[in-house]
Design a binder for this molecule. Structure first.
Ligand code: AMP
Length: 546
């Protein structure tokens, strides 16, 4: 017997309709590429999103057509989030930090019909334009006054002209909630990037889960500044969650350096933010150098890579900002787990509580986790056994766009599909998951696994160390041994012996790196993560040759 409740399709347009109706005067503040600060409201955003949809309809865009964006976090990007998805087309956010060949590849692969871009990315557009055969026009996200003269790009349109000429009375269509809404490509550290195609339903369910108290914990009292880019897995869902709960939004645009971010945090009284550790490091350094702290910030979500325990301590002890360590993937929309404490942890000694908090955390409702050994056998949740992490849930990828790479799922005895994350993890009895490595980054020494992340976390807690990266280097006897690449803080004095002494007693003896190499910097990829693959290429023979 079916229940007797109303059916309402879960559509992304309903989020901006809700934000307009219930939080119409709540602000969206943006640092613009043009240099100034722009402010308007959810009501204005809704009106202009409808104008976007109307303009695209006039341009001949139809349901399911892909529309690309190369843009920073800003109000025009937000209008595209809602205008494109709301009309039933597919929003394809492109990471502009990818190599130009990869950008051209994914525009072609997605068959984008139009490409919106911030002026910063004009040089990139010029390089790829010829190769983007499916793109009918490139739309510069600016006004007539700032349009580039002699851009050299054929079919260049102006965003503000397009909007101005379009009607704001557009009515959002109703369609199947399983329709594709958004396309994001993985960062492609191995092979070509693969497309993950979200649905309206998966995006809305993800937003409900992300807004929960033990996840982002966002409300209408919050001022949210997503540092995580809108081209990196929908800024972890924040543009949707903010509409759902009515939080004020502050977009940093291209200003991601410590000074620009700090000024915006203070001027707009930001209470909550989210980003990868590398960006936070820049901000924390800026605060330290200037003897500054936050006046309104309460919480920050840190994910995308392991949050070093030293960073967690600095945020909480020095600045009074609660750290929510979270784990996710493009394939998970992206949220999987958040390290939010349970009441029993609050009674623990603070240092023990920190150990739990440093883990990647508990699954948000909707996500099932399990860890398996090399033979696919499920491992116990004892916080000790490490195995590959598998996940399932209504916002987890089922297949990549155009079936790239074939079916990624592993099917269990009940016929359920599980997505293999490629991460190696433990899960403790309370369900707190801890990533010990990417499966390709794990160091296999004499048949046993060494967690590069554990070694890095301890090394970065040394006061003279800015960052530490541990990789597998070839070894004649043990196959692989850990090699630690460390970046010193400016003017800090520390030797390899000092660092080895610091690690002594904190890790198993046989985990001790065979060598420590001080480097000026480590390569960082398109999503702000250290490119271990490149370091392995560079240093894999280090122990054989030195
Ligand atoms: P992406 O799809 O670019 O977001 O990358 C997803 C991958 O980033 C995951 O599979 C993890 O390897 C890594 N990752 C994400 N969050 C964390 C975290 N909190 N700690 C460690 N690794 C993480």
């Amino acid at each position: 017997m079916n229940g007797l409740m109303l059916q309402k399709q879960l559509l992304i347009s309903s989020l901006i309709v809700h934000a307009d109706r219930h939080h119409g005067d709540t602000e969206i503040v943006s640092r613009r590429v043009e240099g100034d600060i722009h402010r308007y409201t959810f009501r204005d955003c809704h009106r202009r999103a409808r104008q976007v949809a109307s303009a695209l309809t006039d341009l001949g865009v139809k349901m399911s057509d892909r529309i690309g964006t190369l843009a920073w976090n800003g109000y025009r990007h937000m209008e595209l989030y809602y205008g494109i998805c709301g009309m039933g087309a597919v929003m394809h956010t492109i990471n502009p930090r990818l190599h130009e060949d990869q950008v051209a590849y994914i525009v072609e692969h997605a068959e984008d019909q139009y490409l919106f871009f911030d002026l910063t990315f004009l040089p990139l557009v010029k390089v790829i334009a010829e190769r983007c055969k499916t793109v009918k026009a490139f739309i510069a996200m600016t006004d007539r006054e700032h349009m580039p003269p002699d851009s050299g790009v054929a079919n260049l349109l102006c965003y503000e002209d397009l909007i101005e000429a379009s009607s704001s009375t557009y009515g959002w269509p109703v369609f199947d909630e399983d329709s594709a809404s958004t396309l994001c490509y993985t960062s492609g550290t191995t092979g070509n990037p693969k497309g993950v195609l979200y649905t309206h339903r998966s995006s809305l369910l993800h937003s409900y889960a992300a807004a929960l108290p033990d996840a982002l914990n966002c409300s209408a009292r919050d001022v949210v500044l997503p540092v995580v880019p809108m081209f990196h897995v929908n800024a972890w869902g924040i543009p949707y969650v903010a509409c759902m709960v009515g939080a004020k939004l502050v977009f940093p645009g291209p200003g991601l350096d410590g000074k620009s971010l700090y000024e915006l945090f203070e001027a707009e009284q930001v209470t909550f933010s989210a980003g990868v550790p590398t960006v936070w490091q820049g901000l924390l350094n800026y605060l330290e150098q200037g003897g500054l702290t936050f006046s309104t910030m309460k919480r920050t979500l840190i994910g995308g890579a392991t949050c070093p325990p030293a960073m967690l301590r600095e945020f909480e002890d020095r600045h009074g900002v609660e750290v929510l360590h979270a784990w996710g993937m493009t394939e998970l929309s992206p949220l999987g787990t958040v390290s939010a404490m349970k009441s029993k942890h609050l009674a623990m000694r603070p240092e023990d509580c920190r150990v739990v908090q440093s883990k990647q955390g508990r699954a948000v409702f909707g996500i099932d986790l399990k860890i398996v050994d090399a033979g696919g056998q499920e491992l116990a949740w004892d916080g000790v056994n490490a195995g590959e992490l598998l996940v399932r849930g209504p916002w987890v990828v089922r297949n990549y766009f155009r079936n790239e790479g074939g079916n990624p799922l592993q099917i269990d005895a009940n016929g359920h599909g599980w997505f293999p994350t490629g991460d190696v993890a433990t899960i403790d009895a309370d369900g707190f998951m801890q990533i010990t490595d990417r499966s390709k980054d794990v160091i296999k020494s004499g048949g046993e696994w060494i967690s590069s992340i554990d070694i890095e976390s301890i090394a970065t807690s040394h006061p003279a160390i800015a960052s530490a990266t541990c990789i597998a280097a070839k070894h004649p006897k043990w196959d692989e041994r850990p090699l630690l690449l460390a970046v010193k803080k400016p003017d800090a004095k520390v030797t390899a012996e000092d660092l080895l002494a610091f690690l002594d007693g904190k890790i198993a003896k046989w985990w001790t790196p065979d060598a420590i190499v001080f480097v000026d910097s480590v390569p960082v990829g398109a999503t702000g993560k250290v490119l271990k693959s490149r370091l392995r290429e560079q240093y894999s023979d280090y122990l054989l040759t030195s």
